[in-house]
Design a protein around this ligand. Structure first.
Ligand code: LLP
Length: 426
């Protein structure tokens, strides 16, 4: 839940990556997104290291939708990660950040012609979502006279136990091709001389704590491989099992160990492959949240502390625009006063933002010491889907983002300015 370098000084000051949060807040302002390199590295290695022995013919692509700025690419790529991208914006950011396009996969349920052409030009694997896209893709590769490298996204029809909005594998999901149309889609792709059909993909959801859905997914996907081989004579060279492993936001979350999920999933995969006499494909996984969520924290400065008859409010200098996950999913987080972490948390607070909406909160019943104006609040586990989903609601500027590593700061994102907001106004 907390970055692995989190420490509390004798005076109660929290530091991350060897730097006190007070120094970070004073130097870079608040709200501030902070990414701890050591935790990011440990999370990436939690995938990369076990796979080196369990299944060396594998590729881990970081689901960059979780959090993407240019400066995150090189450190992740240096560890061995590829990148899963879902838009022209993510493609270009990853390329400019130095990603190896041969280790990139491009997703989306309604890709544009331009996006498909961009992916083909850079030789990026494209995960086809639907039949219309097959036509667009064929036209794009003909126009560019360049082969497109393609996988097909299949609905696995697994219901993973997670928040309704972040379930993607179930039967009515907007993502993927349903099982009755897979063979036809693959036949079309395989018959197209402009297309290099490589394999199949599936993703069952996000923030999943159970191991069984991943075990079942491997089995179901090998079942598809077998059907494709038997009925079309096509051998699947690449199998992408998506992302979705959950993380611990609060002590109530029972997040699985990544190595245990991988072990169980790969055991299931290998057993099913053996049972059906199929060769081992390249295995891809695309973790987002579990790579970056726990590496990230957000620092806020507390303004007013307001007591109403029912509630004690702490007002922070950010809120739903930099962390929309509470208003969207009622997501829970772990909070502390970054400058008084050694004091007992005795009072329940509602943490409210400064946006014009009553639902603008990022926590309820949050236990903190008696809180004052000027205290700093640290929110743990905000590395994933916070900056990525941030908005400019009420025309507030997006926060800055920095990475801390061995007592040094690497700036990742400048604080947005009002001039930035006005840039495109006509
Ligand atoms: N692959 C695909 C095709 C995906 O759709 C996703 C996430 C991932 C990989 C990465 O999943 P992860 O490892 O991060 O669970 N905004 C929501 C999460 C939406 C997830 C969307 N897809 C949230 O804030 O919880």
């Amino acid at each position: 839940m907390k970055p692995i370098t989190t420490k509390v000084s004798p005076t109660g000051e929290i530091s991350i990556g060897g730097i006190s949060t007070k120094t970070l807040a004073e130097t870079y302002g608040t709200p501030l997104y902070v990414i701890d390199y050591a935790t990011l590295e440990a999370n990436a290695n939690a995938y990369l290291k076990p796979l080196q022995t369990l299944y060396p013919n594998s590729l881990v692509t970081y689901a960059s939708k979780a959090c993407l700025v240019k400066g995150l690419i090189a450190p992740l790529a240096a560890l061995g990660m590829g990148f899963d991208v879902v838009s022209a914006g993510e493609i270009i950011t990853a390329i400019k950040g130095g990603a190896d396009t041969n280790k990139m996969v491009f997703h989306g349920n309604n890709k544009s012609k331009e996006e498909l052409e961009l992916a083909i030009t850079h030789n990026i694997r494209i995960i086809i979502d639907n039949e219309t896209e097959i036509k667009l893709l064929s036209a794009a590769s003909t126009k560019l006279n360049k082969k497109a490298r393609v996988l097909v996204r299949i609905k696995p029809e697994i219901e993973a136990h997670t928040h309704e909005y972040i379930k993607t594998g179930h039967i009515d999901s907007k993502f993927g091709i349903d099982k009755n149309h897979i063979l036809e889609a693959i036949r079309t792709l395989n018959n197209d001389s402009n297309i290099d059909f490589l394999g199949i993909h599936s993703h069952i959801g996000s923030q999943i704590f159970d191991i069984e859905p991943f075990v079942d997914l491997a089995k179901i996907m090998v079942g598809h491989m077998k059907r494709i081989k038997d009925e079309l004579g096509i051998e699947i060279k690449e199998l992408n099992l998506g992302g979705g492993i959950g993380i611990q936001y609060t002590t109530a979350d029972n997040a699985p160990k990544i190595a245990l999920v991988l072990e169980a999933m790969i055991k299931s995969l290998k057993e099913s492959l053996t049972e059906h006499h199929l060769n081992e494909p390249l295995l891809m996984v695309e973790p987002g949240r579990s790579t970056i969520a726990t590496a990230g924290v957000t620092l806020y400065e507390i303004g007013t502390v307001k007591t109403t008859p029912g509630l004690n409010y702490v007002f922070i200098d950010g809120g739903m625009a930099d962390n929309p996950r509470f208003i969207m999913y009622k997501s829970l987080y772990t909070f502390e006063l970054a400058n008084r972490a050694n004091e007992p948390a005795t009072k329940p607070y509602t943490i409210a933002g400064k946006f014009c909406e009553s639902g603008d909160k990022i926590g309820e019943n949050v236990m903190l010491p008696d809180t004052n104006e000027g205290d700093h609040l640290i929110v743990y586990g905000t590395g994933a889907y916070n900056y990525a989903m941030a908005s400019n609601y009420n025309r507030f500027c997006k926060p800055a983002m920095i990475m801390v590593k061995d007592g040094a700061v690497i700036e990742l994102l400048k604080r947005e300015t009002i001039e930035d907001l006005l840039k495109n106004d006509v």
